[in-house]
Ligand binder design. Sequence first.
Ligand code: UDX
Length: 449
Amino acid sequence: MKIMIVGTGYVGLVTGTCLADLGNFVTCVDSDLKKLTVLKGCKSPFYESGLEERLKRNSEAGRLSFTSSIRDDFKETDVFFNIVGTPSLESGELDLSYMYSVVREFFDVYKNTGCNDFKVFVMKSTVPVGTGQEIVAIRESYGISDDQVAIVSNPEFLRQGTAVDDFFHPDRIVIGSSCDKALDIVQKLYDPLSRRDTPIVRTSLQTAELSKYASNTYLATKISFINEMANLCELTGADVSDVSKIMGLDARIGRYFLNFGPGYGGSCLPKDTKSLVHLSEILGYDLKIASAVEAVNDHQKKRVMSYILDYFNHDLTGKIFAVLGLSFKPNTDDVRESSSLVIIESLLNQGANVKAFDPEVNFLSEFDGYDGFSIVGDSYEVAESADAIILVTEWNMFRELDLKRLKSVMNQPVFFDLRNVYSPKKLEDAGFDAYVVGRKCLKVAIDKG
Ligand code: UDX
């Protein structure tokens, strides 16, 4: 099939490249000319495992191309995917301006080129429930019928870092529309995956849209729930790693997304939870659980600071902190909504110096104005002369650190492990004063939230 992907962010580029890998002819459109040059050179503008080799293979085979205008290849294209960014505003509301400008451009071109072929317009960007129907209303305002252009919602469930693998092995594929012909066409695109027993759920536009928010908010709920249990463990002396394991062994609960830590980050869970709360407010419904999930997460990101302040008698002036991990999770260079940013900002504002190391992040504009911040080249360099280590992102390379060597280069041997990478015993055996989230507190006041 001939496909057009509008927007080459991580979801757009992964979707386009993987659809080309399934044998389709894919044109990817982006307005960023610099990015297009990179893509035309068969390079990925961001790090995503398994992407670049597929990008190269499919470009060389002539199945994947890049352009700046949806007019190119418009006529021959059967299915258009709108995957442009829908960033979050402070209120939780989404900025849908890019998304709507693509919608209008699409209908303008359809109308102005006198096109009459059946086209399918798929919304893959995460958008509030009701957006699909708004697009149907816009289509009608152009005098274009359902027999000419059908609107479909096909939410993505790709995780950064494993997005390519997630594309080929999804838990489910959701396609929503009121047009059966369009549902058949989009389903056909995913047929090679359904042969591997992937369930395909056909539903309405609104249901497809809401299912994405419901899934991500539920995942965020699991994380905030286990984080609260971790906090309770710190007050009771229970060990949250066992609590989490015991809960996860119940098939009704399931073991995924019960890893406790410094709160969830990234471009999706925080944004989707906020957006669902915002939509509910507009509808006059008080979405209590999701609001609490958000509040717990905001607190969780800052929580370690109360321990740090207590440990250092509320004076961090001139102290040096070594931060391990900047990205919001391992295997990505994305720092959006990362807990490390919240912690670093807080440390710097208290007059501390911060050195950080991350295997994929070597530049952060966020702390440009701060003299006390630097990014260094490895885990031991970051620990040099430090008064404490804070492990924020559980990259595999942080799991096998030579703890004795780390300790030997530090000014004070204090270790805050926010991801339960090390057991308290292992850290203490290596000579550290250790805090391990939900498992072991330092001998200071406990944060009661
Ligand atoms: C998420 C959803 O998983 C995906 O389906 C959706 O399409 C996009 O949003 P992503 O943001 O890439 O994917 O990351 P994910 O692996 O879900 O992790 C999100 C955050 O939650 C990370 O900060 C991670 O550290 C945190 N997390 C995850 C936990 O703290 N504990 C867990 O048990 C799982």
